[in-house]
Design a protein around this ligand. Structure first.
Ligand SMILES: NC(=O)c1ccc[n+]([C@@H]2O[C@H](COP(=O)([O-])OP(=O)(O)OC[C@H]3O[C@@H](n4cnc5c(N)ncnc54)[C@H](OP(=O)(O)O)[C@@H]3O)[C@@H](O)[C@H]2O)c1
Length: 283
């Protein structure tokens, strides 16, 4: 049995799909009851408490540890998960980290580096995956992109990011959980060369058959809207730090590692856009 934490988010769902498609048995740790996950077992619990992981780890061979996005408590959650995994005799622990966790200016990256450090020192067999920004993040703005030709970005249009298709990440996650030859590995998972936001808008425009322009939103305006939509102070501040970092340094990776792992080129942004549109028109 494979345990996936943070399982009801977009990452968890993609990884459950990939594992179930391979015939694996999956247990999902979720905060509240949820339908349609496709897991064989559900454990409901709060990851801020050790007791949750103790309950979740019974009869589990491998763990895929996803921490909730922008969590203030990621280091503590990691500590609890590792302690419970060791106590339960878990055979392999895969951690969903992030590309460039070394960036101290971004607290959610830095906390992931601290969890990686705990994992190295845990004595557990492990694999660490460090995905770039998901192509799926674009879906938040899909209707504006499609209907208004506007791609809103809370950092500079020339900030360069590598992107990755979450479906490719899920394939690698399934490999790391089910194949024995990924123990001890840390993999950077970028699917594209670094792309400026202007380049992303231009690819969107070309594939969607309409002009698409970047709309640079100031962090102040973005923060006001995010707070209005109910995002907490810690999350807003962390995201603003991330936007500043992107402005200064981008988040640039290289697709070589992912190509090698998949045995093919990673999904390109063009392929992703065409797939999203195909699925949208089908539904
Ligand atoms: N987005 C990206 O581009 C990207 C790239 C690289 C790495 N990552 C990392 O990927 C990870 C997952 O991101 P995601 O966007 O898939 O996450 P997400 O959609 O925010 O999902 C996280 C899940 O965790 C649950 N949760 C929140 N607090 C919890 C708690 N205290 N106890 C138990 N469960 C709790 C949430 O439950 P509810 O459904 O009830 O809210 C949600 O289902 C994050 O660590 C992020 O940093 C993201």
């Amino acid at each position: 049995m494979i345990l996936i934490t943070g399982a009801a988010g977009k990452t968890g769902r993609a990884i459950i799909r990939a594992l179930v498609a391979r015939g694996e048995t999956v247990k999902a740790l979720v905060r509240r009851s949820v339908d349609g996950l496709g897991a064989h077992e559900l454990v409901i619990g709060d990851m801020r408490f050790h007791e949750t992981f103790e309950r979740a780890m019974t009869r589990v061979q491998s763990v895929y540890f996803i921490c909730p996005n922008m969590s203030r408590d990621e280091v503590q959650m990691g500590r609890f998960a590792l302690k419970a995994a060791r106590a339960a005799g878990v055979e392999h622990f895969v951690y969903h980290s992030v590309l460039h966790p070394q960036a101290e200016a971004m607290p959610h990256h830095w906390k992931k580096l601290r969890v990686e450090e705990q994992l190295l020192e845990s004595g557990l067999s492990f694999t660490i995956l460090q995905p770039a920004a998901y192509m799926q993040n674009l879906l938040t703005h899909w209707s504006r992109i499609l209907n208004e030709g506007v791609y809103p970005v809370p950092y500079g249009a020339e900030a360069r990011l590598s992107l990755v298709d979450l479906e490719d990440v899920a394939q690698v996650a399934a490999m790391a959980l089910t194949q024995s030859d990924h123990a001890g590995a840390t993999y950077e998972l970028a699917g594209t060369e670094p792309l400026s936001q202007t380049a992303i808008a231009s690819i969107l425009g070309r594939e969607l058959g309409r002009g698409v322009q970047v709309d640079e939103i100031s962090p102040e305006k973005w923060s006001r809207e995010a707070r209005h939509q109910g995002l907490g102070d810690y999350q807003v501040e962390t995201l603003v730090n991330m936007f500043r970092y992107y402005d200064l340094f981008g988040l640039e990776g290289n697709p070589n590692v992912l190509s090698w792992l998949l045995g093919r080129l990673p999904t390109s942004l063009t392929e992703f856009i065409l797939r999203v549109e195909r699925d949208r028109l089908r539904n």
